[in-house]
Design a binder for this molecule. Structure first.
Ligand SMILES: *Cc1c(COP(=O)(O)O)cnc(C)c1O
Length: 242
């Protein structure tokens, strides 16, 4: 077993990558006046084989994110998930809700009142309450999932009333942009929304998590106020799909 590990260069790469990421998180956290402990780190495990995920978990990573319900369910029994939290971060279709409720600790990709209602309904049936984030289409892109900014406020109040779900914060995937200033303006807009909702102390809403930042921009996201970064390829190496 140990021999296998040392023979596969990818195990080493994951360790090296994680070290670098931890250092970057530390620096960016301090730029934003926080400590690295204030920032949750998620390993995004889509397309990654269980042996590599388990290696990452052995380094002390305690949060993973998967995009697809089916992929997560088919891999989870091979993962060493003791003490590890699982989040769904990909677009969720209503016919998959029943399968995923109770299997993950949080659904970050809630992008409509209807899907929140379905999650609530299935959660109540299963005798539990599911923590959720509202995904915001912060760039207003036609092709993107996430709630439209114009609907966010009303949707949030409506979802706050649904039994079986609890809003814990906001999540976004901003448009791909080369221009760092523009990119950071999306993160800053998200931070404003987060702080604004937080200050309203809305019943059944506990604004604790601002999930922003991926491999290419997690340092910017942290510097702009993110407290949960979702990192895939910078940890595990390149993937065949996004
Ligand atoms: C794939 C994915 C990530 C991670 O992407 P990387 O660029 O590989 O870090 C983060 N968040 C979401 C929603 C994703 O789909």
């Amino acid at each position: 077993m140990t021999e296998n590990i040392s023979n596969d260069p990818r195990f080493n790469a994951i360790e090296e990558n994680y070290k670098i990421i931890r250092e970057n998180i530390e620096k960016s956290a301090s730029v934003s006046g926080r400590s690295a402990q204030d920032i949750k780190f998620m390993a995004v495990t889509k397309t990654v084989e269980p042996k590599y995920i388990n290696h990452a978990l052995s380094l002390g990573i305690d949060l993973i994110g998967e995009n697809r319900v089916q992929e997560f369910l088919s891999k989870k029994d091979e993962l060493n998930l003791d003490g590890v939290k699982k989040h769904l971060i990909g677009h969720l279709q209503s016919n998959k809700v029943k399968k995923i409720v109770g299997e993950v600790d949080m659904i970050e990709s809630v992008d409509s009142v209807d899907i929140a209602k379905e999650i609530g309904k299935q959660s109540v049936k299963a005798g539990l309450c599911t923590d959720i984030l509202l995904e915001v289409n912060i760039g207003g892109e036609e092709s993107k999932t996430g709630m439209d900014l114009s609907l966010l406020n009303d949707s949030l109040y409506e979802i706050a009333e649904i039994d079986g779900v609890k809003i814990k914060g906001l999540m976004a995937v901003p448009p791909i942009c080369e221009d760092k200033v523009k990119l950071r303006s999306y993160f800053e807009d998200m931070y404003k929304l987060y702080v604004d909702f937080r200050s309203k102390n809305i019943d059944n809403v506990s604004m604790e998590i601002l999930s922003l930042g991926m491999s290419s921009d997690y340092t910017d996201a942290i510097e702009c106020g993110s407290n949960l970064v979702r990192v895939g390829s910078a940890l595990f190496g390149m993937r065949s799909y996004r």
